[in-house]
Design a protein around this ligand. Sequence first.
Ligand code: COA
Length: 256
Amino acid sequence: MNFENILIEQKEHLSTITINRPSKLNALNKKTIEELHEAFKHLASRTKVIIITGSGEKAFVAGADISEFADFNVEEGADLARKGQELLFDYVQNLNTPVIAAVNGFALGGGLELAMAAHFRVASSNAKMGLPEVSLGVIPGYGGTQRLPQLVGKGKAMELIMTAGMISAEEAKDWGLVNYVVEQEELLPLCEKLASKIMRNSSVAISAAIKAVNANYESNINGFDVEITQFGESFGTNDFKEGTTAFLEKRKPNFE
Ligand code: COA
């Protein structure tokens, strides 16, 4: 697949997507969002884990591309948020394949929103995170007002959004926004190590677990019911037969 603004690297069952607009600090313009959608869609069925990161040493993603929406009207603004959420942010959150955000620098606005849509986050020590939209007279539109309180609690989310401030990687770890902080050169190796641990397990079961965990954050859905359904369906899978048989035979499972 040929893309203008993203790079893809595949190592066996692990794919890494790198957003590659370093001169614009990897800001998410329309084209990049469309390409990311296509890449996630393509890789989800061909890979076991996806890492998403930014190119260069300075930024993961410094936000939505401000130059593209500066003259939008009310309808265009709503359309921007709706399409972006549908194509990328909700799409990533609901992907069956685990997505790890390797936050290698500024993750601001849409950048932090993309990292938050991933299933979990690892940051380099130079990373800085924030939702500065109110400083531009707008609010986070790619799910930030919903996912940030889910991850860090309402009070901290309100503070970060209202002050338009930035927190350091260490603060983000204290807040529970990222799971680990490492030096920049250790960032991708750590994500790859975490990916290899995930890849030892059943991809089918992991995809069911993603559905069940996500159900906790959906309105009108009872997450416990989703868990019961997904748990029950696991019993009909080859991976369940292989996993339990391997345990009883005292050997490592060999998932398809
Ligand atoms: N949209 C469009 N372009 C962006 C961008 C964004 N969100 N963030 C950075 N860029 C561009 C800059 O315009 C600049 O381009 P230029 O060289 O053609 O002028 C280039 O990326 C480098 O950014 P610059 O501001 O010169 O780097 P810096 O080190 O001085 O500052 C930031 C880094 C991240 C603090 C600063 O770029 C910034 O505040 N960006 C916007 C963050 C934001 O508000 N995001 C939310 C958007 S809704």
